[in-house]
Design a protein around this ligand. Structure first.
Ligand code: NOJ
Length: 538
């Protein structure tokens, strides 16, 4: 796919960082993270080298789904601060070369949103999807209106009505996409986006981006909706970016998004390409996510092929038109350090992430190897089922050693989740002081990516060995070796470009950033357990 669409000039070089505002930094000790806390910690992000921050929803909300249940899209939740505090964060970030993206919850509101409360009283209102008779999956009206509404996620999240792609006289709630309610909702989305872009925000991550038009085979009508918004952005805000939460970059980019994530769900393989890298069945596990060994597994029983195949296909379909973002984790999915995968095993994962032609996305805390904490109680809708517990990925950022992870001393409400009980849990302060720490490794790899654009999203990639180790070249000029298993692994000689074996000699390999990859006695390239190497082929 090629595209003549304009695209923000910063996007291709972006390194993303996801901040869960509840848990990132608490400036006033009230027991909950806030905008001012983030502002105070921008130095950490600038030092690390990331340049694009995505904030999870920070709007007013009853927090039945951690803020994905919005009651006012234009007002920040008081727990995080005021609009001025958010503007101050955006401005302080801008001065450090960091852009801020907000989370746009496009498909539903809270059932406490004034739009919904009005709709639940007025049978002529069609901002939401209402049936006059009970329908499977619909929820009874909480107001004077006699009817049942369609939820989008939890029952407290009524779906906004963007219409249906297919009508059916027996199901009168299936309105066409150009009916009055859907048109009002599309206009509202544009208004929300214009408001925040006017304040200096750099774009949005769009929640459940594929969910807007219902019963939409091939997402044809959903694509038209996003393309209309993208056309408007291209004209009026060409430096703004739209990231989808879709999990199928080819579909999302075709629908008009600048980028989409490989996710734990979505696409033809239902998220297996991402999970085949990271998911060791020990963190946030849906029953149907259970899978064989992933590639980043100490026993070395996985394969990178599932990821690579999906990557090739998505890259081909999005080439020139959009980007694929690759996350370490997110607020709905296990962290890298989950179950048997300990922080000292993570360097090769970051080496792959930061030398791959993707938009890399670091989930807060993964840069120090914060652990997924199992079996935490539900907080604000984090527990979705007996095994699908998102709380373990949402614990407070560990800024310093100590019982509260240096986060807060006096929680006013029980909003915080316990920190990792392991006394040796990682923290930023300790790792900043230790040049051999994971934090320094991540920082070095980001700096390397910036210093060598061929390692970034633009350069070509050629996979030369898809096993243990994974071996690839970038831009025909860099060689990357990644060994995520405990056992050493030898690079097959045929995987090396001609002459590359002569390490340090003319035309041979020049080490750029190497942890545990060395030339063996027989001249072969050997990768220790949990090692990586990035070389210049000169
Ligand atoms: C996806 C979000 O990432 C998740 O946290 C949320 O619960 C659902 N969408 C509903 O908005």
């Amino acid at each position: 796919m090629t595209s003549t669409r304009p695209s923000p000039d910063w996007l291709t070089d972006a390194v993303l960082y996801q901040i869960y505002p509840q848990s990132f930094a608490d400036s006033d000790g009230d027991g909950i993270g806030d905008f001012a806390g983030i502002t105070e910690h921008l130095d950490h992000l600038a030092w690390l080298g990331v340049d694009t921050v995505w904030l999870n929803p920070c709007f007013t909300s009853p927090f039945r789904d951690a803020g994905y249940d919005v009651t006012d899209y234009l007002a920040p939740a008081p727990r995080y601060g005021t609009t001025e505090d958010l503007a101050a964060l955006v401005e302080a970030a801008r001065r450090k070369g960091i852009r801020v993206l907000l989370d746009l919850v496009a498909g539903h509101t809270s059932d406490q949103h004034p739009w919904f409360r009005a709709s639940a009283e007025d049978p002529s209102d069609h901002r939401y999807i209402w049936s006059e008779r009970p329908v499977d999956g619909f929820v009874a009206s909480p107001g004077g209106r006699i009817g049942w509404y369609r939820p989008n996620f939890f029952e407290c999240q009524p779906a906004l009505n963007f219409g249906f792609a297919r009508e059916d006289p027996d199901q009168p709630w299936r309105q066409p996409v150009d009916a009055e309610g859907p048109r009002a909702n599309r206009a509202a989305l544009r208004g929300i986006m214009a408001h925040w872009l006017g304040l200096g925000l750099a774009g949005f991550r769009v929640d459940m981006a594929s969910s807007l038009v219902k019963d939409d085979p091939g997402f044809v009508e959903t694509g038209k909706l996003w393309t209309e918004l993208r056309d408007w952005l291209d004209r009026s805000h060409p430096q703004a970016a739209l990231f989808a939460e879709w999990g199928d970059p080819a579909a999302a980019v075709a629908a008009g998004f600048h980028a989409d994530f490989f996710l734990q769900f979505g696409g033809a393989d239902h998220g297996l390409p991402l999970r085949s890298l990271w998911n060791n069945n020990a963190g946030t596990v849906e029953e149907f996510w259970k899978q064989g060994p992933c590639y980043f597994e100490a026993e070395g029983r996985g394969t990178p092929e599932v990821f690579l195949d999906a990557w090739r296909s998505a890259a081909q379909l999005t080439e020139g038109a959009g980007h694929i973002a690759l996350p370490t984790a997110n607020h709905d999915f296990s962290r890298l350090a989950t179950g048997p995968r300990t922080a000292d095993q993570l360097a090769p994962a970051f080496a792959l992430l930061l030398t791959w032609p993707t938009l890399p996305a670091v989930y807060y805390g993964d840069e120090i190897g914060m652990r997924y904490v199992p079996d935490l109680p539900d907080v604000e809708g984090s527990v979705l089922g007996p095994t699908y517990n998102r709380a373990g990925s949402r614990t407070p950022m560990q800024w310093a050693p100590g019982p509260n992870a240096g986060f807060s001393t006096a929680p006013a409400e029980r909003l915080y989740l316990p920190v990792d009980p392991d006394p040796h849990r990682p923290d930023v302060a300790t790792q900043r002081a230790d040049p051999t720490s994971l934090l320094h490794t991540v920082r070095r790899l980001i700096a390397l990516r910036r210093a060598h654009p061929g390692l970034g999203a633009r350069g070509s990639v050629e996979v030369r060995h898809a096993g243990y180790p994974l071996v690839y070249t970038r831009a025909g000029r860099y060689l990357v070796v990644v060994n995520p298993r405990r056992e050493p692994a030898v690079v097959p000689p045929a995987a090396l470009p001609d002459g590359a074996g002569r390490v340090g000699r003319p035309g041979g390999l020049r080490p750029l950033d190497v942890q545990g990859v060395r030339v063996g006695a027989g001249g072969e390239l050997r990768a220790d357990g949990f090692s990586y190497g990035v070389f210049d082929l000169g």
